[in-house]
Design a protein around this ligand. Structure first.
Ligand SMILES: O=c1ccn([C@@H]2O[C@H](COP(=O)(O)O)[C@@H](O)[C@H]2O)c(=O)[nH]1
Length: 269
C-alpha cells in the first residue's frame, strides 16, 4: 500500500486508529475456546465489527509465536482474511526484527512476500545494513523503533551520545538510508512531550503511536504535538479495545471502545 492510499483512507474514515491484535488465549471469551482455531475466531469477529472505523490492524507477532505452529497458522489466517476482505486496511507486523543484511532480507521476505503485510516494525540498533534490506521492497513500509512507550526507553534512547539524544540520531541517520521514503517510526504516546522535537527532524513521516489506553498516553496530547499536514499518525490501542468484554458481546464491546477513540480522532482531524 502507498502512503497516499493510507492518507486517503484516513481522510475517508476520519480515523487514524490502529487496533492491536494481541490475542491471548487466557484473555479471550471462554466460549471461543471451543472453536477449532480460537485465536482466528476472535480476530475475525473483532475485524468484522471494527474495520469501518479503523485504518490499520497490528498483530503483535509474540502473541502468535507463543503458541508455536498453531499460533503461526492463526496469524497466517488473520492476515489473509484482512487482505482478502478489507484490502484498504494497512497491516502492521509488530515483530521488532533486524539482523545482518542477508538475515534481514529473509525476515523481509517472510513478512512482506509470504504473509503479505504492508509493514513491519524493526529495531534500529544494528544499523544501516540491517534496515536497508526491508526498505528495498516497493510500497512496503519499515517502522523503525525511535522512542518507545515503555519506561526502559530512558535506559538508552534518550541518553546523550556526542551531545545528542540517541533517538534523534536514529531519526537523522535513518533519513540517509537508501529508500528512506519507505520509513515510518514508532514513538510512544507516553512520550507526547517529545513529539514537537521529533517533528522538527521528520516533519512528514508517519508515526506509529502505541501507548494510549492501557498504558495511559493521551490522544489529545499526541495529536497537538505530533500531527503533520498528511496526519502522519497511526495511533494504536490493543488491550483497551479487544478485551473490553469477555462475554458473548465481546466484539460489540470492542467496537464501542474503538468508536470512542475514533470519535475523538474525527474531532482532532
Ligand atoms: O514502544 C512500543 C512499541 C510497541 N508496543 C506494542 O504496542 C502494543 C500496545 O498494546 P496496549 O495493549 O495498547 O498497551 C503492544 O503490542 C506492544 O508490544 C508498545 O506498547 N510500545
Amino acid at each position: 500500500m502507498t502512503t497516499e492510499q493510507l492518507v486517503a483512507q484516513i481522510r475517508k474514515k476520519k480515523s487514524f486508529l490502529c487496533i492491536g491484535l494481541d490475542t491471548d488465549l487466557e484473555k479471550i471469551p471462554p466460549h471461543l475456546l471451543e472453536e477449532e482455531d480460537p485465536i482466528f475466531a476472535f480476530n475475525k469477529a473483532i475485524i468484522d465489527t471494527t474495520h469501518d472505523i479503523c485504518v490499520s490492524y497490528k498483530p503483535n507477532i509474540a502473541f502468535y509465536e507463543a503458541y508455536g505452529i498453531k499460533g503461526w497458522q492463526s496469524l497466517e489466517k488473520t492476515i489473509a482474511y484482512i487482505n482478502a476482505n478489507y484490502p484498504e486496511i494497512f497491516t502492521i507486523a509488530d515483530a521488532k526484527r533486524g539482523d545482518i543484511g542477508n538475515t534481514s532480507t529473509r525476515y523481509a521476505k517472510a513478512f512482506f512476500e509470504d504473509l503479505e503485510f504492508d509493514s513491519v516494525t524493526i529495531a534500529p540498533y544494528m544499523g544501516k545494513d540491517s534496515v536497508e534490506p526491508f526498505l528495498a521492497f516497493k510500497d512496503k513500509h519499515t517502522i523503525l523503533l525511535a522512542l518507545t512507550s515503555n519506561v526502559g526507553a530512558f535506559d538508552f534512547q534518550t541518553k546523550l551520545i556526542d551531545g545528542k539524544e540517541l533517538y534523534k540520531t536514529v531519526l537523522e541517520t535513518s533519513k540517509t538510508y537508501r529508500n528512506s521514503e519507505n520509513l515510518m517510526y514508532v514513538v510512544g504516546a507516553t512520550k507526547a512531550e517529545y513529539f514537537k522535537d521529533i517533528r522538527k527532524i521528520i516533519p512528514n513521516s508517519f508515526l506509529l503511536v502505541p501507548g494510549v489506553g492501557a498504558q495511559g498516553g493521551s490522544l489529545k496530547d499526541v495529536c497537538e504535538n505530533g500531527m503533520s499536514e498528511n496526519v502522519g499518525l497511526l495511533v494504536n490501542s490493543s488491550r483497551g479495545i479487544i478485551y473490553a468484554s469477555r462475554g458473548v458481546d465481546f466484539a460489540d464491546a470492542a467496537r464501542h471502545k474503538a468508536l470512542e477513540l475514533q470519535s475523538q480522532m474525527a474531532e482532532l482531524l
